[in-house]
Write a protein that binds this ligand. Structure first.
Ligand SMILES: Cc1cc2nc3c(=O)[nH]c(=O)nc-3n(C[C@H](O)[C@H](O)[C@H](O)COP(=O)(O)O)c2cc1C
Length: 216
């Protein structure tokens, strides 16, 4: 499918066919595409937990305000932000140097760059959380777009208790649930998409308050 068509036709699908399963081959392609999403310093501040065991789905549904699609879809993915992604700083700095991002004498900068990246997050927990939420959310959107292109349906969800989700899937301290995404084959879902705000309301040019005038 053409990218524009994927974006136009993607929906937050609320009803799934419970009999059609997503295979590991499909998951492999899906996550290969998803992890191509950009992330700050390529730290990949995320972890995806694919919940498909019926008992696990039941627990997750309970944690997600009872939303039926959590159990009905082939899987529900817990998209987690990683607050300790800075542990990858050294590896990232080494690869940046290898690939020439630090210029010709890149090797000499690895130590300093790795420390700088690590300290940025260790010294600023709010930044670590913001970054994890941003990078995991960008990956989540890539996942939904890739899924659509593969003929699969998704729905992002924030209707859940973070503590209950943590408990349901045994999340360690450094991970937090950023969102859930149901994944499967569309069932009998026929609600029209809700309207979007006019571009003049959501796009300004140069500074706040100077509305963009869309051209037809
Ligand atoms: C961050 C986020 C959280 C959402 N949470 C839920 C949710 O808990 N349950 C649900 O059914 N839909 C949820 N939605 C889906 C929105 O309702 C949906 O994206 C919006 O109405 C636009 O519909 P569309 O994606 O089909 O165009 C969520 C969407 C986003 C982006």
């Amino acid at each position: 499918m053409e990218t524009k068509e994927v974006l136009r036709s993607r929906r937050s699908v609320k009803v799934y066919d419970p009999n059609r399963k997503v295979t590991d081959e499909q998951l492999t392609e899906l996550f290969e595409l998803t992890t191509l999403a950009p992330s700050a310093w390529n730290f990949q501040h995320y972890k995806f937990i694919v919940v498909r065991d019926p008992d696990q789905k039941k627990k997750l549904r309970k944690a997600a305000m009872g939303q039926e699609k959590v159990e009905q879809a082939s899987a529900t993915i817990v998209v987690c932000g990683d607050l300790a992604a800075y542990r990858r700083a050294r590896r990232v700095a080494e690869e940046f140097a290898d690939k020439g991002f630090y210029g010709p004498d890149g090797d000499s900068k690895v130590e300093e760059q790795a420390r700088m990246m690590r300290d940025t997050y260790v010294n600023d927990p709010q930044k670590a959380r913001d970054e994890a939420l941003r990078s995991s959310s960008l990956a989540a959107m890539s996942l939904m777009v890739a899924a659509k292109d593969m003929g699969l349906a998704t729905c992002p969800m924030i209707g859940f208790s973070p503590e209950a989700v943590r408990e349901a899937v045994d999340l360690p301290e450094e991970l937090f649930p950023a969102m859930l995404i149901s994944l499967g084959y569309e069932g009998d879902f026929n609600l029209d998409r809700c309207a979007r705000l006019p571009l003049s309301e959501v796009v300004d040019i140069d500074r706040y308050g100077e509305s963009f005038q869309p051209q037809s």
